[in-house]
Structures are given as structure tokens and as C-alpha cells.
Design a protein around this ligand. Structure first.
Ligand SMILES: Cc1cc2nc3c(=O)[nH]c(=O)nc-3n(C[C@H](O)[C@H](O)[C@H](O)COP(=O)(O)O)c2cc1C
Length: 330
């Protein structure tokens, strides 16, 4: 059975990429993911705040009471230099690249056009095969225009692209007014891939402490809907790869994602729930299903039920929506 696929030019042995999460934050865990069949990993994110904080701290150390950069470097405590989170992240990439054969995608998470973007170049130099850019911006100001928010994403992408030659994916969220056009604008700005979608940290209210809190809710297969809709809509419309993320839990979810038009999938919650060996189980089930239905490759099914190819395009659009709601019986 040919499970190979290509994502942003990276040859993958199967469509399963393990997404940015604690699963990809230690060398031992990443090794285990590869052993169980993961085709690639997206490392846990390094955040703008971590990088900028360090840039700020270094500036503070180096320039406080000193006229000269070279001189002050001499005073810089070794222990602080070797413990920087951003340096540790680069070491992690080097170690994973030296010991594993699957592609490694670094994840850069930020929102401004600040100094952190230059760090993208270091990720490439450390050996990352690609970058995933997670731009999480919550536009809380009621005077902020939608176009300005979009521009912020495009500017960050453009700045990263100016610093690297490896492929760059943008992990999109589902909240743009016109997601298809935003996808096109990201593509025009140089995105090599789109990850559909990010699953942001959720907001809740703690009724005991009467306070707002942030929580991480793991997904289920029921959360796959928007991912399917937009891969189906975007399939073959833009010169970039699509990666289905959020709600991919079973081999059936992978099949649906590929048929809607994705080139690969990312899995996190399912592996957190069932353990690393679950990847091997999903791959076995995937092969069994494909054999039973007489498929010979993943390529064969890509986009076969995309908006352009489905016999029921209404499922992806507004058309049927009134009937579905009004026909519902309880
Ligand atoms: C505990 C946890 C930590 C995560 N950390 C990150 C992260 O560092 N960067 C990021 O871009 N996404 C992060 N995510 C989001 C996942 O990469 C993924 O997009 C999301 O969980 C949806 O995929 P799923 O339905 O397979 O869980 C995290 C998710 C979880 C559950």
C-alpha cells in the first residue's frame, strides 16, 4: 500500500504528522513517535515572548554600565547564556535531526514584527526542514479593522519568509470573515502550506473562584467539520499544501481529510489520549480500509470529495442548510 504524500515539498512516508504539543517537546517522546510510524513532527512552539524576553534580558545585561559589546560579553555569566530557552530549542532541533530520519518542522508562535522573527533563520540553520508559523492575535479593540488584522498576519509571514529559504506553513484559525480570500493572500505572500486549523486555548469561567480562566480542551472527531469544509473549498485553488488539523482522531478522519483535499494531517489530542502506539494502530486501520476498498495509494483519493469534485457541493455551502435545520425531528 502506498501511503506516501508530499507536504510543502517534504516527502512523507504516510500522512500523519504529530502537531505542536507536549508530545513533541522532549527528545524521548519524539523518538517514540517516529518508532510508532509518525511521518513528521511539528515541535512544540517557541513563543515570541520567550525570544523577545531573552533579547531584552541580554540587552539589559550587555549594555548596563558598559560602553562596549565585546567587553561586556566577558562579564556575561556562562550559565545564563547556556540556559536560554531559545538556545535550548535550537539544540533540540539539532539533536532530533541527528538521530531521526523524519522531517522536523519548527513552530514559531508570535504576532508582532519584532526581533523574534530573525530567530526563524536560526531555526533553519539548526536543521529544521520547515517552519510552522502560529500567529495568534485576539483583536480586542473595537476600533481595529478586519483588514488591519489580516495585514498583521501577512506582515509577519512576509518578514519570516525574508529570513528563511525552507518552506513556511501558516497555522490558520477559522475566524477570518473570508477564509478563502485570506488563504489566497497568505499564498500570495509566500506561504508554502496552510494548517487548517489551530485550536486556540479556550476561555471559561471558574464559578468557585469567580474568575475567568484559560483551558485546553482536547478535541474529538466531531471537531473535524470546519477543517473538512475549508480543505474541500481550497483544494487545488492555490499553489500550496493543505494540512488538516483539529479533530483528526481515527483512520476514518484521515481518509475524510485526504478526500476533502488535504495533503497531510496533524494529530495531537488522539495521541495524548491513547499514547504513542496509537499511531501504529491508526496506520494499520488505514491500510485495512484501503485494501478492502481496493485503493492502492493515498494520492489516489486526494481531493476526490473536494468542492470541485463532490456530487453534493451543497454540503460545503449554504444551499442545503435551511432544509437540514427545518427537517430535524426530535
Ligand atoms: C496540550 C497542548 C499543547 C499545545 N501546544 C501547542 C503549541 O505549542 N503550538 C501550537 O501551535 N499548537 C499547540 N497545540 C495545538 C495543537 O498543535 C493542535 O493544533 C490542536 O490540538 C488541534 O489538533 P487535535 O485536534 O489533533 O488535538 C497544543 C495542543 C494541546 C492539546
Amino acid at each position: 500500500m502506498d501511503l506516501t504524500t508530499t507536504y510543502m515539498g517534504l516527502k512523507l512516508k504516510n500522512p500523519i504528522i504529530v502537531g505542536a504539543s507536549p508530545l513533541t517537546s522532549t527528545f524521548e517522546s519524539i523518538l517514540e513517535l517516529e518508532k510508532n510510524g509518525a511521518a513528521a513532527v511539528v515541535l512544540h512552539s517557541i513563543f515570541e515572548e520567550q525570544i523577545n524576553h531573552e533579547i531584552g534580558e541580554i540587552d539589559h545585561f550587555l549594555f548596563k554600565g558598559s560602553e562596549s559589546y565585546a567587553e561586556s560579553l566577558g562579564y556575561f555569566p556562562e550559565v545564563v547564556l547556556s540556559n536560554l530557552e531559545s538556545d535550548a530549542y535550537l539544540d533540540e532541533i539539532r539533536r532530533v535531526k541527528e538521530n531521526l530520519s523524519i522531517p522536523v518542522i519548527a513552530s514559531l508562535n508570535g504576532v508582532s514584527k519584532g526581533g523574534w522573527i530573525k530567530y526563524a533563520k536560526k531555526l533553519q540553520e539548526a536543521g529544521a526542514d520547515a517552519l510552522e508559523l502560529n500567529i495568534t492575535y485576539i483583536p480586542t479593540d473595537i476600533n481595529t479593522d478586519a483588514r488591519d488584522v489580516e495585514q498583521l498576519y501577512l506582515d509577519a509571514l512576509q518578514a519570516v519568509k525574508e529570513n528563511v529559504t525552507i518552506p513556511v506553513a501558516v497555522k490558520m484559525n477559522a475566524y477570518f470573515s473570508a477564509p478563502a480570500q485570506m488563504a489566497k493572500r497568505l499564498s500570495d505572500t509566500g506561504a508554502d502550506g496552510l494548517v487548517l486549523y489551530d485550536r486556540p486555548v479556550h476561555v471559561d469561567i471558574d464559578l468557585e473562584n469567580l474568575n475567568s480562566v484559560q483551558v485546553i480542551n482536547k478535541s474529538s472527531s466531531k471537531d473535524l467539520s470546519e477543517t473538512l469544509r475549508w480543505s474541500a473549498i481550497l483544494y487545488n485553488r492555490l499553489p500550496l499544501s493543505l494540512c488538516a488539523s483539529t479533530g483528526v482522531h481515527t483512520h476514518e478522519d484521515i481518509l475524510k481529510a485526504m478526500m476533502s483535499g488535504a495533503d497531510a494531517v496533524q494529530m495531537v489530542s488522539a495521541i495524548l489520549e491513547h499514547g504513542h502506539s496509537y499511531i501504529a494502530t491508526v496506520l494499520e486501520n488505514l491500510i485495512a480500509w484501503m485494501e478492502e476498498k481496493e485503493y492502492i495509494s493515498i494520492e489516489q483519493m486526494k481531493g476526490s470529495i473536494s468542492l470541485a469534485h463532490t456530487s453534493n457541493p451543497a454540503a460545503y455551502q449554504r444551499a442545503n442548510y435551511m432544509r437540514i435545520l427545518t427537517d430535524y425531528r426530535f
